[in-house]
Design a protein around this ligand. Structure first.
Ligand SMILES: [Zn+2]
Length: 82
């Protein structure tokens, strides 16, 4: 990240990007979620992101462990043959 988090919200009606502070869409006039709701949504998104990252690293660790086990089995197999 080259710059701090830039608040972003999209209109639920026309999907145009909005400024956080706005209460109504400047394109279609649809009511936009307030800062408190946006903060809540961001916290949830951050939690989901953290969970996804954790799952990804766990999967990678599992894959690495599987690879090691395969390598070990191959080495033992080769040793047993010779
Ligand atoms: Zn809109």
């Amino acid at each position: 990240m080259l710059r701090p988090f830039v608040p972003m919200v999209f209109c639920t009606s026309c999907a145009q990007q909005q400024d956080d502070a706005q209460k109504f869409c400047r394109f279609c006039g649809e009511r936009l979620p307030g800062p408190a709701l946006m903060q809540q949504l961001r916290d949830e998104a951050a939690n989901i992101q953290a969970t996804k990252t954790g799952q990804a690293s766990q999967t990678q660790q599992a894959n690495l462990a599987t690879l090691k086990a395969i390598e070990l089995a191959r080495q033992q197999g080769f040793n047993g043959q010779s």
